[in-house]
Design a protein. Structure first.
Length: 163
C-alpha cells in the first residue's frame, strides 16, 4: 500500500486514484488513534465541501471514527473550512476534519486536520498522525445515521454555532 503523506495543511489526492474510500479509512483510523492518545474521551467534528464524493468520504471517515469509540459531530450538508474550525472550538473537540482540496483542481479531494483551538494542526502532530496510518484498514460499514442511533454521532449545523 502506498504511504500517505500530508503536505501543506493536509493530505490531497486525485479522486478515485489516490483519494479513495479505502485510503480515507486508513487516515481516519490514524486520526482516531492519535486523538485517543491525546484524550481518551476525544470528540471530533467532520465536514466536507461541495466536491465530488464529499458525503461518501465523510461517511467512510465517520464510520471509522465511531467504530473506534469516538463521538463525532457532523453536518448532513456541505460546509466551509471555517465552519469546521469554529465547530472544533465550539464543541470542545480534540480535532476537526474538513474534506476539501481547497484551491486544487476539481479532480482532487483532501483531508485537513484542525486543532481544538480551530487553527491548523501543527506539523509535529500531523507527523504523529502520518506515522499511525496503517497499510490497510477495513471495517464494518454503518451509516452516520446508524452511528447516531447508537449514540456515537450527532448532527450539527450552522445554526448550532454561536457567533
Amino acid at each position: 500500500m502506498e504511504k500517505i503523506k500530508f503536505g501543506t495543511d493536509g493530505w490531497r489526492g486525485i479522486i478515485a486514484k489516490d483519494f479513495t474510500v479505502s485510503n480515507v479509512k486508513r487516515v481516519a483510523r490514524a486520526t482516531a488513534d492519535w486523538a485517543q492518545q491525546q484524550n481518551k474521551d476525544a470528540t471530533i467534528i467532520i465536514g466536507y465541501d461541495c466536491r465530488f464524493g464529499g458525503s461518501l468520504f465523510s461517511a467512510a471517515a465517520i464510520n471509522v471514527l465511531c467504530g473506534q469509540g469516538i463521538k463525532v459531530y457532523y453536518d448532513k450538508h456541505f460546509v466551509s473550512t471555517p465552519m469546521i474550525s469554529l465547530g472544533a472550538k465550539h464543541y470542545g473537540c480534540e480535532l476537526g476534519i474538513i474534506l476539501t482540496a481547497s484551491h486544487n483542481p476539481p479532480s482532487y479531494n483532501g483531508y485537513k486536520l484542525k486543532s481544538k483551538h480551530g487553527g491548523p494542526l501543527i506539523q509535529q502532530y500531523i507527523t504523529e498522525v502520518e506515522n499511525l496510518i496503517p497499510d490497510v484498514y477495513e471495517t464494518e460499514d454503518l451509516s452516520p445515521e446508524e452511528w447516531e442511533a447508537k449514540g456515537f454521532a450527532g448532527v450539527c449545523g450552522p445554526g448550532d454555532f454561536v457567533f
